[in-house]
Write a protein that binds this ligand. Structure first.
Ligand code: FAD
Length: 516
């Protein structure tokens, strides 16, 4: 059995070598270092009852991305004289077994603000403290420590980007280069009776072989993240001029933004390193855009949502969430399913939902369009239902950012101009008049003339025949009339806002029933 000063690095997110303070601390001065990842079957194994292939909690694209990230991490660890020890089981049970078996003196893992990890980490810290094990859990998933910002603000999270920026200032670590080069790690000791496996394949987890083209074009892992980052940073002019929300949401061959979100989600890429690379580019150009629209500004949006999410009880629901407007959303499983399964009859909306299913990633404005359509724009379905679909299918699915943006898009928090609705017909047309994005993701419409591609139900039958796409048979008729539905949504939102104002935010279920 291994003995001496043994440490364990527990990977959850932070699946990288560069800028990984937990890994460095774990290795320093340790006789043996045990790098562990625990596969939680609940997260990874097939759920036959789920609405799309995947586990109870994650779609197949994200599971595959995670497996690829683990393979890459294992390979990088091996280059440093170590390797990844993979286990299956309930994470805390597995961890307690390992800590005991390997006589661990130092347990290191990245701090995580998500409620799931907050609860888990209390359990783990209690165990470690009772066993006399040192715990090191640094903040390295975000630019700032959300708790510091909340403390600076008198115990409450800032609720606007501007107030967040004032409190945040410059990150403390930003003035000196981050540690991005580790030359070696302490070796892995004897693993004793612990049952270790390699990173499993999808098939080994119980998934059927799925054709390559069915899954996302984005490959997981730190190596891929750094390549992608390097590619983006090389185009200095592009970085300097980056300005959101300018940028084409329909560009799919070469997306208009970095597509680094999946890598940030799993921590294959350090947001701090990303920040430093952008700063390096900005220092060497004459002029560049500024937050909130610049590329640096996007990373600050990420930290903004992390901070609000961390400081807001019940952030992921309407009930009991003090920053969320109480709105009498409809319960309509039929409309929800039509939206989720890309059957709304609005090609722009349906194409985006197909991109979500196939790629697990869409441009920010595309996300805006479908989130607005489902909630306050047209269908008046609860934002929590849309959030759930995104949470499952996005590869970059992130608890704080996803909930924050659904609150925003549904005009439940942060943004309140409910009269500004994205048209499911004209918005996409501005960027892509020929409808190439729709033709790609909805091939049934590929021969529809461009005059009708955004509103195929208006095409004469002869044109539909020629395009081999009969509306109502080959492709659905619109589930609602946008003009009528959007007016009705605005009316209901106005009423709900009035009620929220009158009752000063404390609207009850009963109050909501009255206005429905
Ligand atoms: P870039 O434009 O290249 O930005 C760089 C990074 O900045 C992103 O990778 C991301 O980490 C961060 N960022 C950019 N925009 C935002 C934003 N609005 N809020 C917070 N951080 C941002 N993003 C997620 O990472 N996970 C989610 O689960 C998620 N859910 C969303 C749900 C809805 C309804 C909407 C409207 C947006 C959501 N976003 C989410 C935010 C945003 O759409 C994505 O971060 C972005 O499109 C990712 O692409 P990118 O990496 O090319 O972004």
């Amino acid at each position: 059995m291994a003995s001496g000063s043994n440490s364990l690095i527990w990977f959850r997110k932070g699946l990288r070598i560069h800028d990984n303070p937990a890994l460095e601390y774990a290795s320093n001065g340790s006789t043996y270092l045990y790098p562990v990842f625990v596969i939680d079957p609940h997260y990874m194994e097939p759920d036959p009852n789920a609405f799309s292939p995947g586990s109870t909690r994650a779609g197949l694209n994200r599971i595959r991305f995670l497996l690829e990230s683990l393979v890459d991490l294992d390979s990088s660890l091996q280059k440093l004289g170590s390797r990844l020890l993979v286990f299956k089981g309930e994470p805390s049970e597995v961890l307690f077994r390992c800590l005991k078996e390997w006589d661990i003196k130092k347990l290191c893992f990245e701090y995580d603000t998500e409620p799931y990890y907050q609860a888990l980490d209390i359990k783990v810290k209690n165990y470690a403290s009772a066993a006399g094990i040192e715990v090191f859990s640094p903040v390295s998933h975000t630019l700032f420590n959300p708790a510091d910002i909340i403390q600076k603000n008198g115990g409450r999270p800032p609720l606007t980007y501007q107030s967040f920026m004032k409190l945040a200032g410059q990150p403390s670590w930003a003035s000196s280069p981050l540690s991005t080069n580790i030359s070696g790690l302490s070796p892995v000791g004897n693993v004793g009776n612990c049952e270790i496996s390699k990173v499993p394949t999808l098939q080994e987890l119980g998934y059927e072989d799925i054709g390559q083209d069915e899954l996302t074009p984005f490959r997981g892992g730190e190596s891929e993240a750094l390549k992608r980052l390097d590619g983006a940073m090389k185009d200095k002019e592009w970085v300097a001029k980056f300005e959101k929300p300018k940028g084409d949401p329909s560009a799919f061959q070469k997306p208009a933004t970095t597509v680094l979100s999946p890598y940030l989600k799993f921590g294959c890429l350090s947001s701090r390193y990303f920040y430093q690379c952008i700063q390096d580019v900005q220092k060497n150009v004459k002029k560049h855009t500024l937050p909130p629209v610049s590329l640096l500004g996007q990373l600050l949006w990420r930290d903004f949502f992390y901070t609000v999410a961390f400081g807001t009880p019940n952030f992921d629901q309407m009930k009991g969430n003090r920053i969320c407007k109480q709105i009498p959303w409809n319960v309509d499983d039929g409309l929800l399913a039509a939206w989720r399964d890309a059957r709304t009859g609005f090609p722009w909306i349906d194409a985006i939902m197909v991109q979500l299913q196939k790629w697990g990633w869409m441009h920010h404005l595309a996300r805006h369009c479908v989130a607005c359509f489902l909630t306050r724009g047209d269908l008046f379905v609860h934002w929590e239902k849309g959030r759930d679909v995104f949470e499952r299918l996005l590869i970059d699915s992130d608890w704080a950012i996803n909930n924050g943006n659904w609150l925003w898009l549904s005009c439940s928090s942060f943004f309140y101009q409910y009269n500004r609705i994205y048209s499911p017909i004209s918005f996409g047309k501005k960027y892509d008049p020929n409808g190439d994005y729709i033709r790609h993701f909805l091939p049934i419409l590929k021969d529809m003339p461009k005059e009708y591609i955004y509103e195929p139900w208006t095409a004469p039958l002869s044109i539909q025949n020629k395009a081999k796409c009969i509306i109502g048979k080959d492709y659905p008729k619109p589930v609602i009339s946008h003009d009528i539905a959007s007016k009705e949504c605005k009316r209901m939102l106005a009423e709900a806002y009035e009620l929220n104002k009158k009752l000063n935010g404390s609207v009850s279920e009963e109050d909501l029933k009255i206005s429905r």
